[in-house]
Design a protein around this ligand. Sequence first.
Ligand code: TXA
Ligand code: MG
Length: 319
Amino acid sequence: MKNNYSNIFTFNRKILSKTINFLNNGNIAGLPTETVYGLGGNAYSKFSIKKIFKLKGRPKSNPLIIHYHNLNNVMRDVEINESFLKLYNKLCPGPITFILKKKDNSKIHSIASAKLKTIAVRFPKHRIIRSILKNINYPLAMPSANKSNNVSPVRASDVYDEFKKELKLIIDGGASKIGIESTVIDLTGDPKILRPGIIENKTIEKILKLKMKKNINLKNVKSPGMMKKHYSPGIPVLINQKIHDKNSAFIYLGKRYKNNKNFFSLSERYDLKEAASNLYKIFRLIKKKGYKKIQIALIPKIGAGIAINDRIKKASNTL
Ligand code: TXA
Ligand code: MG
């Protein structure tokens, strides 16, 4: 079934086989996951990988996350270890990405992993992406479906707004439940978080029965998602704000300013997970409304607030 957009499709059996053929032919599709929408293509194909980098305008030095259906599939390409197995058993499929050593005979194309000796692997939970992964015999390289440095898309129409007709196939899987990108954890040495997400440090520490180091030295981390210039809504963003500047859009928690048109609540009930799921949607809405500046109130640095602060800080660094 089609909707207003000629390249956005509602998922059903027929669209599943259309998508599989499309991917088998080396094409790139906009696909839903529980975190954000991704730009998926065959991770074993140089042709497909090159297309993804080109579509996104992504620097060659920024590696892609490789998405698998299950453990059996991933063992072809990476060296697994004990920490990985513990986390996999408790958290997967789910919103977490693991950095592991690449096997010498891995079929992942070296361009996908930016010629690193490691690969980022993830097992997404959304039922649509799982049924696609189950029916293909290669993993999907899948960065977020936005042009490089833009905000990640959380609806099929956001993917359309990023790529218009450049993408021939976008699958509508509804609004992404989590709304921010997966937690990235490096498991090639002592476990360390490279990108905070909805799966928190304390959950990971409990499973692994250890304490992770805080304040890792960013200079030694080869994860461009950790770099300053990222996740930008394209207009100036000011964080930790107290006083509203007239004309700017003000993002906050609660419902104190419910009836003021310049105020946007991430969560009326102060729920930080809900706030995370609304962040990118609200960034896009504010941009569409034509505001020239975003102010964001102080967001507590606890629970999902840690991931929110990571993203808004990066958004505020870009301009
Ligand atoms: O939730 C997500 O992770 C989404 C959905 C679509 O799965 N994907 C996503 O991909 O956010 P992307 O490409 O936008 O972000 C991937 C991050 C980047 O910061 C990249 O630098 C890092 O993962 N990364 C990929 N491979 C890596 C590696 N081998 N070592 C360190 N960081 C890596
Ligand atoms: Mg991204």
